[in-house]
Design a binder for this molecule. Structure first.
Ligand code: C5P
Length: 229
């Protein structure tokens, strides 16, 4: 089995309000992206890692790769306008031997080894997997002007994270279908679901946050103190 990991890292991070892209902000003196890449570098099941980012960040990625001895990280590829465009560009450069493709957000450094390996194993047997946690809050559907329409059944709801992992053909078919049908999505699983395939949930941890806003960065600093990979 050959496993390729795609790390979309081409977001501009408008919600962070910072002048540099959020994946390059420092966490304990190290870019967030490096923490994330180290999780996959250390995972035995992973063979190669491809980062999609802006062209202007290529030298930084190359420097990071050398400095932190990230031997599985391949030369970066250029990101696109949408997250899914960044991933598609990376898909076109993966090793031809790859049979499993895992996608993980650059800004989720607190992923555990167990989640990565279970996500890969599950996709290997069932075709597609998503790491997710049970919804903690009561969820309601509302109109755009904030009127509650419906209270959803919490026991059936999950908050979906990454990694999301797929057999190679399934992910390529999903992207081809999305292109043909003009489907946009914020996660890869949605594109796969459009093929009529149901990804399997791998129960993850609430620590696997996506660092998006300044509050998340504060939370990340606290989490880092007690994080055990
Ligand atoms: O914007 P969002 O929070 O969904 O970003 C999730 C991940 O996707 C981030 O790691 C971000 O860098 C990446 N991304 C990307 N290309 C884009 C937009 C987001 O690689 N055009």
């Amino acid at each position: 089995m050959f496993v390729s990991v795609i790390i979309p890292a081409a977001g501009f991070g408008e919600r962070m309000g910072a002048t540099i892209n959020k994946q390059f902000l420092l966490l304990d003196g190290k870019p967030i992206l490096v923490h994330t890449l180290e999780r996959f570098q250390l995972c035995e099941a992973v063979d190669e890692i491809i980062v999609a980012t802006q062209k202007s960040s290529f030298p930084l990625i190359e420097e990071i790769t050398r400095t932190f001895s990230l031997t599985k990280v391949k030369p970066p590829v250029e990101g696109g306008q949408r997250r899914q465009d960044s991933i598609f560009n990376a898909m076109n450069t993966i090793d031809e031997k790859a049979d499993i493709i895992s996608v993980h957000d650059a800004v989720r450094p607190f992923v555990h080894m167990k989640e990565i390996t279970q996500s890969i194993e599950t996709a290997k047997f069932y075709g597609a997997s998503v790491v997710a946690v049970r919804a903690k809050d009561t969820m309601k559907r509302a109109t755009t002007d904030g009127r509650v329409q419906e209270t959803l059944n919490r026991s059936a709801l999950w908050s979906v994270q990454t990694p999301q992992t797929f057999q190679r053909k399934i992910l390529f078919d999903a992207y081809a279908n999305a292109e043909k049908e003009h489907i946009s999505a914020t996660d890869d699983s949605f594109l796969v679901e459009q093929l009529g395939i149901s990804p399997i949930i791998v129960e993850g941890s609430y620590e696997n946050i996506k660092i998006t806003t300044p509050d998340d960065l504060l939370m990340a600093e606290l989490l880092l103190k007690r994080f055990v990979p």
